[in-house]
Ligand binder design. Structure first.
Ligand code: FAD
Ligand code: MG
Length: 321
């Protein structure tokens, strides 16, 4: 059924997230093919159940290299490179800590400090050994685990965009729950909401208008638990093993590719606003919107999108660096 603006909405639940596809034609076959494509990638990348290619790599930690398919190899290679950037908050080998904290899953609680210290020794990205010729991945230490939760949705969103383009779709939107990818510019652009942290499901701080862009948001309010009055969220600091603790409630990246968006939300979470804006001066293609605990909405720049503020408890600041 088309909505008043002529858009057809299709939905599914995949990767533990609500997935939404928006098209300007009634095409259930195409929607079905998109959801199957996402499912195929989920089956390769997941660490939430057996079997998957990433689970096979994790199971063989400390024992032997595992040959993986080109998409899995490509994504692990890219995630390792992001993890080895100087001072990076991104770490593909964060798996043992993610599994121990269980944030967003049943049984989440603060682990004892000595356990966290011990698990940190199993999260060294340089111990993820890659062999380009053989397309193998070897986790050098027993107990190591790769977790692609911060990056796989971005990779998959890009593949869905490529698929829709190949199928001749000129205007459409895919939302993988935090990763939105847009094709074309119907009526001057797509409107994407910037969620209001710790508010109702549909509450927005404002909206972005974009065309042919990815919009990725990572927030501390999506998956978290509270213990002794403290909020523990799912973006972990690979240096301390605890959730990243700074002024940020969310980071949104506007970029051509969703993979970049996914990597940069985590990198910028680690840098904070000032260092993050400075880093983005080297990357004209990537723009960020930071939402802080002080109710500020800070845009690194606004070349690729327009922003409309809807909530008067928040105020906009630009180019603070
Ligand atoms: P992001 O900020 O992009 O990523 C946060 C996630 O990345 C964390 O949840 C953790 O997995 C990982 N991470 C934490 N700290 C770091 C760090 N410093 N560096 C790198 N990575 C870090 N959820 C379910 O509830 N059930 C499922 O069955 C399920 N299956 C999934 C299958 C796949 C293939 C994927 C990609 C996700 C799945 N998820 C599932 C969701 C997953 O558990 C994460 O919640 C989700 O990927 C977080 O994405 P985000 O964009 O919200 O947050
Ligand atoms: Mg991410």
């Amino acid at each position: 059924m088309a909505s008043a603006d002529g858009v057809y909405n299709y939905s599914a639940v995949l990767m533990g997230s609500p997935i939404q596809l928006r098209l300007f034609e009634h095409n259930e076959a195409l929607a079905g093919a998109v959801f199957r494509l996402i499912k195929q990638y989920e089956n390769r990348f997941t660490v939430n159940r057996e079997p998957s290619e990433v689970m096979a790599v994790n199971r063989a930690a400390g024992q032997h290299p595992v040959a993986v398919s080109p998409p899995v190899y490509q994504l692990i290679r890219c995630a390792k490179a992001a993890s080895l950037l100087p001072g990076s908050a991104f770490n593909l080998a964060i798996g043992p800590l993610v599994k121990r904290w269980k944030i967003g899953f049943h049984g989440d609680a603060v682990p004892p400090a000595d356990e966290i210290r011990q698990l940190l020794t199993l999260t060294r990205p340089e111990r993820v050994i890659l062999d380009d010729a053989a397309s193998t991945v070897f986790l050098a230490d027993a107990g190591m685990e790769i977790d692609l939760g911060a990056i796989a949705k971005g990779y998959i969103a890009d593949r869905v965009r490529d698929y829709l383009r190949r199928e001749g779709v000129t205007a459409g939107l895919i939302n993988l729950g935090g990763n939105v990818h847009t094709l074309g510019a119907p009526d001057g652009g797509w409107t994407v909401g910037l969620k209001k942290p710790f508010a109702g499901r549909d509450a927005l701080i404002g909206t972005l208008t974009v065309a042919d862009k990815s919009v990725v948001t990572s927030g501390i309010y999506e998956r978290y638990f509270e213990q002794d009055g403290h909020c523990y969220h799912h973006i972990l600091d690979p240096r301390s093993g605890y959730p990243l603790d700074n002024e940020l409630l969310s980071v949104t990246i506007i970029s051509r590719d969703s993979l970049d968006g996914d990597i940069w939300t985590t990198l910028l979470y680690g840098m904070g606003v000032t260092a993050g804006c400075a880093a983005l001066r080297q990357r004209e293609d990537i723009e960020a919107i930071f939402v802080t605990r002080h109710h500020e909405v800070i845009c690194s720049s606004r070349r690729q999108f327009q922003f409309t503020l809807l909530d008067d408890q928040y105020r906009i600041t630009d180019n603070i660096a």
